[in-house]
Design a protein around this ligand. Sequence first.
Ligand SMILES: C[S@@+](CC[C@H](N)C(=O)[O-])C[C@H]1O[C@@H](n2cnc3c(N)ncnc32)[C@H](O)[C@@H]1O
Length: 260
Amino acid sequence: MAAAPPSHDPARHLEARLARCVPFRANMPWSPELNLTAASFQVWSPFPGLPALDTPVDELHRGTFVDAPDGSFRYCVRLHRRGRPLQTFFRDQVGTAIFDGDVAIPALYERDPRTGRFGPHPWMSLTPSEIMTLHEGTALARGHVVVAGLGLGHQLREVARRLQVRKITLVERSATLVDWLLPVLRPAIRKPLTVVVGDAFEVMPRLRADIALVDIYPAYGGNRRATRALARTCPKIRRFWGWGDAPVSGLGQRPGGGRR
Ligand SMILES: C[S@@+](CC[C@H](N)C(=O)[O-])C[C@H]1O[C@@H](n2cnc3c(N)ncnc32)[C@H](O)[C@@H]1O
């Protein structure tokens, strides 16, 4: 039997991708196949020193995670293996990223109050896709910026680094998350910062700002309606950007689907 052409042979295709890896950058152009060098993927961790593991989040041993004081959130570092595809999304498209070595991916999970378990999807993890899609919004930040959704504080930190940004108002629903994570993040935020704990849909209509960057969504894609509805109630915020607002096909947007 004739051998399958290389492009249809998954093992060969993977090897070809691994041979073409380039350094990761938040502003690199998205393509359906991102082939990245592991050494270039250095992301910030709020609690350094934890091992990167691929054990299910609920089964991690003491010392390999940090829980919020009330146990409602868990921070841990996921081990992502060489050559294993990670889903990426960009506007209305999906693809994969692979690395030429193992990488450590910081992640934040919220305990499901009904099951008492964490996951399976994180609220936030510092994957290439998350970093690239948030970068689009961050690049618009100037003047007084509302950042809605703390998560791991990635976008908050990136917004604060921009010279064009004068001050920031963070809106986050969870007081636990703010009390637990913000003290760790705060030294990196060298801009005036106001923190409002509350539901973005209730808090933001009272705010005045140049732009709001809204990432309060559990899954990518199809968030435009929610962002627009929020924007309509906020006449004093001049511009809105929402994470994952394009309709995405092929993402498998099943109920309960979430971030990776
Ligand atoms: C996906 S995370 C944000 C990740 C963040 N962009 C980052 O860079 O790390 C979503 C956050 O929004 C918060 N959140 C969810 N719904 C909210 C709401 N209605 N109002 C305010 N915050 C909300 C969650 O508690 C969570 O911290």
